[in-house]
Unconditional design. Structure first.
Ligand code: NAP
Length: 246
């Protein structure tokens, strides 16, 4: 029987991995269903939560999943924790694909914070016009702020949101030229980002460096210990092909 792989997705890496494995392997990509029109990966797609650790463990057994790949976003820590526990309970091998985080270089003025609340608290000392690129969830942390926000997200944010804000609906990849223009057009004097990593969203960091504005960077949540982790899609593909059952 063709091995069946479950990819926990919602990232470019998940889509590229499904593309690399399909159709030689039976690939099912799972999406949380948060984005209204996700870019579809090849293979089968299932949408929506599993119902916690127990639900996912049951799903792995009932669907006869041979291998589960956690290719979720570095900040999707709930899903990552659930996947680690469920895979162990179900006795299914788990691989985590985690792209490297952003690294500051000479000229960067980065302020690391642990949470979006901490980012909101740090902002008043840093600037007045904020480019907020942390996604549409979590805007509540900035709701009481007197600062002005340019919020970029894939789908429209829902309240609570900052009082003074403009929303830019867009999805990466973003270009350096485009990011430079945004910073200039909106007179941005501080940028807020998660340490998502990846090339798609990196140009904003270079644009911020060029104009010398500070960047507030939210630290990643830690990964559970003891997991097998790779950082690239080719490494994930190699690991999967070398760890198939039979
Ligand atoms: P989360 O807080 O870690 O997950 C919350 C719950 O959502 C999970 O317990 C699970 O529900 C469900 N879920 C999450 N990812 C799922 C998936 N791939 N397939 C099925 N159910 C999933 O996750 P999040 O931060 O809200 O992210 C949701 C999705 O968006 C993820 O797939 C992630 O890769 C993607 N994403 C997140 C971010 C971010 O900044 N957090 C950015 C870009 C993309 P049950 O407990 O019911 O199984």
């Amino acid at each position: 029987m063709t091995p069946r792989i479950l990819i926990l997705g919602g990232t470019t890496e998940a889509r590229l991995l499904a593309t690399a494995l399909h159709p030689q392997l039976e690939v099912v990509t799972s999406l949380a269903g948060r984005v209204r029109a996700p870019v579809p990966p090849p293979g089968r797609i299932r949408i929506g939560g599993f119902g916690g650790v127990e639900g996912l463990a049951r799903h792995l057994v009932e669907e006869r999943i041979d291998l589960v790949v956690d290719a979720t976003h570095p900040f999707a820590s709930g899903m990552t924790g659930n996947a680690a526990e469920a895979a162990e309970r179900a006795g299914v091998a788990l691989l985590v694909v985690r792209r490297p985080g952003f690294r500051p270089v000479d000229g960067d003025r980065w302020v690391w914070v642990e949470s979006l609340a901490a980012a909101a608290a740090a902002l008043p000392g840093l600037g007045e016009r904020v480019f907020l690129t942390t996604g549409r969830t979590g805007l509540a942390a900035f709701a009481g702020s007197r600062l002005w926000f340019l919020v970029r997200s894939v789908d429209l944010p829902r309240p609570p949101v900052p009082d003074r804000m403009r929303v830019l609906l867009d999805r990466g990849p973003f270009t350096l030229e485009g990011e430079r223009e945004l910073l200039a057009e909106h007179r941005i004097d501080v940028l807020v980002t998660k340490d998502s990593g990846g090339a798609m969203t990196q140009p904003k960091l270079q644009a911020a460096r060029e104009v010398g504005i500070p960047v507030v960077v939210q630290r990643r949540p830690p990964l559970p210990s003891g997991l097998t982790v790779v950082t690239t899609v080719p490494d994930a593909e190699r690991w999967i092909r070398g760890n198939l059952p039979g």
